[in-house]
Unconditional design. Sequence first.
Length: 417
Amino acid sequence: MDSFEYRNGRLHCEDVALERIADEFGTPVYVYSRDALERAYLSYATALEGHNALICYAVKANSNLAVLNVLARLGAGFDIVSLGELERVLRAGGDPSKVVFSGVGKQAHEIRRALDVGIHCFNIESEAELERVNQVAGEHGSVADISFRVNPDVDAGTHPYISTGLKENKFGIAIADAQRIYQRAAQMEHVNVVGMDCHIGSQLTEVAPFMDALDRLLALVDRLAEQGIALRHLDMGGGLGVCYTDEQPPSAQSYIEAVLEKMSGRELGLIFEPGRSIAANAGVMLTQVEFLKLNEGKSFAIVDGAMNDLIRPSLYSAYQEIIPCSVREAGETRSYDVVGPVCETGDFLGKDRDLNIEAGDLLAVCSAGAYGFVMASNYNTRLRAAEVMVDDNQVFEVRARETYQDLMRGEKLLPAE
Ligand code: LLP
């Protein structure tokens, strides 16, 4: 988390002390570093310079308009999975011709809108979806560029981190059925078969599984070419991991070098759909300690952020570092479970964390830029947090904290008796 560092014992995001942000915007609050976002994106872009490639940031990781806009200004494309995400991309100034549309259940109205604005490609995940896209495109009077998400069935035994590239899950078409389905699509009037995509899982910390998948996909690309189906691009999906604690994932550069090596001599363009590796370490969630509760054998730091604000620890037992925004010289370090005010035993942000803290202290939950705010809910009728972006020494509120008005918007009482 380079853009977040201690200066004289106070944690900063770029040139701004996080305490200043908490004072101004309250807590819990998500803080993003523009510089970190840009550097993460540019590590992909630089590695791909001079190649026919598109970097489609996975909007689901962090869909704040300012985040999307920062990436759009750098020329990013976007990977979307819903009409809502498409509308966000458009609002943020993203170029629809650089949008790929993933997801297993695209609805007709979503497909129509995507055709209206002229997206790059539909990543199709089943035969039923192929039929729907063909039909909707026909009614729309257009031809949709499509790719199939092929499930390469990469061996989970060797690579336990993979969770979406296996036969037994809902994503993509089985590699064994792919040739037949590509042939079928090639006969259809309102789709134009242009690509092949995959996404084998998230938070991968090795290159090997990507390479296994790529080998299988390239063999399929070659078999299709022999049958007269020539593809324009191969989409590797997302999945590159980040460092939450002591993981050592490959850099985007070394991952891309490995992909480019396998692709050498081919005409195929490349697409990547990184989410986490762009946004995770560009953000923290700030939360304030409300109370310390020292039970026998267990100490709790009760903070104002909770599972509704950041659900990854509760949902996946995910580990995210929790560090103080101000280092204390005196005082006692204890092991705390850092928990929120939500009425669930599973409401925690971290367990057994060694911290030297007092009530009122400010904590940063690290690596919260991806799958953080986007997964927030209003559970326990809690307001969703504010989001701010730091740019050098400036702080911009990029989403205001919800109000109680926002929270009840659209709800109605039954008519009076
Ligand atoms: N493309 C597709 C088709 C995807 O399904 C995903 C993520 C991505 C790209 C981006 O993958 P990334 O580069 O972020 O690994 N909520 C979970 C992660 C779910 C990922 C779902 N798919 C978490 O907090 O760990």
